[in-house]
Design a protein around this ligand. Structure first.
Ligand SMILES: Cc1cc2nc3c(=O)[nH]c(=O)nc-3n(C[C@H](O)[C@H](O)[C@H](O)COP(=O)(O)OP(=O)(O)OC[C@H]3O[C@@H](n4cnc5c(N)ncnc54)[C@H](O)[C@@H]3O)c2cc1C
Length: 472
């Protein structure tokens, strides 16, 4: 008997497993692939995800494998600088291949005590009042109290749950891969520059000594899961550029579409959905993985509270209430970006206009805060603007705030030195620090770093501790 079974060990499933282990929840991750995928999507961690890694003490390890790049210029690839004074200690994009992120997150989860079983596909399940019986493809049955589908865009869990996945089907498909080329670099650079003036969905970029990363529109839309061939690339390169650059010796080849869909519900009883299983959209702006790990960060402590028995009644439902609107917003911004990448005259005119508007700092800032997810404000009721937002990593008398969040517990940061968390000290920490760089007397932070209360009175704090962390 496990507390939680997670279907899928992608970035979402691996991080969720780790978050649950911080609270001693017995977790099993079932992954259908026998080996970790080597498929290198060029993935960037945006500011909020980088902050999450810092909050769990993972950032140094991740930085060793990534390359810092400017955080600006992501919205529809409109080239603008990062606005001054973004509210974060980590105002960069971290370029890091997806397999490396997955490996680091899986290692983190295992180090914390999660079990990962590879070569095990979830094929069915049944839930009752006490738990979920999960059936594997080979007929083995396992039992847990909760099941979370982190099994990607074609999620078996979502389909079996019967949850609707409305949205738009793919209108375009793009081929992406890494391969060698048969013509000199200078020739490629000149041709690429020329073609990119009219085609945004195209590149040939050197990636290491001999290898090029290639992106080119596919001939049409297929719903095939299997990868394209090198001949598909040659043909499409000829159509778009007039030459196939002599591409050969592929390292890997893949395709992706621009379907946009959002699950109608994130929870049905004891079964929940997170990551691509709950939402898909085109990769413009590089937000999918970020959105998934942020789902996991939101869900982990709430599900742990439910398992450990101290969750206030509606806590688990706040997962959908908070994360569904965030995904809706990401889907919308990728729809908008897709239009802005069109080569039609109308969208091109809108793109030129937006490019001008982004010279206004506020417009540029708004779009960057959206893509990097530092602009998110959950609806915790009426209150100051900080309520519901995440708090940046601020300096403390000793060290930094995020260093004190590694254990995934709640935290009261108290400049008044009068408050206590007595009754909740098994799940909430207290830092009394009159020097903390805060312009309010005290805040209550949830384990995901969002501000759940601002004030100075003990009774008021106790009410909010009960609201988020259950009865003392
Ligand atoms: C070309 C491209 C570029 C991208 N670039 C970015 C980027 O820069 N930034 C960004 O944030 N996102 C990017 N994305 C999106 C990102 O790759 C996905 O959003 C991300 O992989 C979602 O993570 P996940 O863990 O939810 O799902 P997945 O990564 O799909 O993982 C799901 C896992 O579940 C397993 N599984 C499936 N079915 C079962 C089953 N029945 N039982 C057990 N296991 C199962 C799968 O094998 C897989 O390991 C890009 C995507 C593409 C295609």
């Amino acid at each position: 008997m496990f507390d939680v079974i997670i279907a899928g060990c992608g970035p979402t499933g691996a991080l969720l497993a780790a978050e649950l282990r911080l609270h001693d929840v017995r977790v099993l991750v079932l992954e259908k692939e026998t080996e970790p995928v080597s498929f290198v999507r060029i993935v960037g961690l945006h500011i909020r995800s980088i902050e999450l890694m810092a909050m769990r003490g993972l950032l140094d390890r991740i930085l060793e494998h990534g390359r810092k790049r400017p955080a600006g210029g992501f919205f529809a690839a409109i080239d603008k600088p990062v606005p001054e004074g973004l509210d974060s200690a980590h105002t960069y994009l971290l370029g890091i291949p997806q397999p490396v992120i997955v490996r680091l997150l899986e290692e983190h989860a295992v180090r914390l005590g999660a079990q990962v079983r590879r070569g095990c596909a979830v094929a069915g399940f049944e839930q009752d009042d006490d738990g979920v019986t999960v059936e594997l493809a080979d007929g083995e049955q396992l039992r847990s109290r909760y099941l979370v589908g982190c099994d990607g865009a074609r999620s078996t869990v979502r389909k079996l749950l019967g949850v609707g996945f409305p949205g738009e089907p793919a209108r375009t498909e793009t081929l992406m891969g890494e391969m060698e080329v048969g013509v000199p670099r200078e020739e490629i650079a000149a041709k690429v520059a020329e073609v990119r003036e009219t085609h945004q969905r195209f590149w040939l970029r050197p990636f290491g000594e001999e290898v090029y990363s290639v992106l080119v529109p596919a001939a049409g839309v297929s719903d095939r899961a299997e990868p394209p061939t090198i001949e598909d690339f040659r043909q499409q390169l000829r159509v778009i550029t007039g030459t196939d650059f002599g591409v050969h010796s592929p390292r890997w080849l893949s395709r992706f579409g621009d379907a946009t869909r959002l699950a109608e519900r994130y929870r049905v009883g004891r079964v929940l959905l997170a990551g691509d299983a709950a939402h898909i959209h085109p990769p413009i702006g590089g937000q999918g993985l970020n959105l998934g790990v942020q789902d996991a960060f939101n869900l982990g402590w709430k599900l742990a509270a439910q398992v450990r028995g101290w969750a206030p009644e509606p806590l688990l439902d706040t997962y959908q209430a908070e994360r569904h609107p965030v995904a809706e917003d990401v889907l919308d911004n990728t729809r908008a970006q897709t239009e802005l990448l069109s080569t039609e005259p109308g969208p091109q005119a809108v793109r030129r206009l937006l490019t001008e508007l982004m010279d206004f700092d506020e417009v540029n800032r708004h779009l960057i805060e959206k893509i990097t997810a530092i602009g998110i404000r959950y609806d915790f009721g009426a209150g100051p603007d900080l309520l519901g937002r995440r708090l940046r990593d601020i300096g403390l008398k000793q060290g930094h705030l995020y260093d004190r969040l590694h254990r995934g517990r709640g935290l009261v940061l108290d400049r008044t030195e009068r408050l206590t968390v007595e009754g909740w000290s098994d799940r909430v920490d207290l830092i009394a620090d009159p020097t903390a760089a805060l312009d309010v007397p005290a805040v209550l932070l949830r384990p995901d770093g969002h501000v759940a209360w601002i004030g100075e009175h003990q009774q008021d704090l106790d009410d909010h501790l009960s609201r988020w962390f259950g009865l003392p």
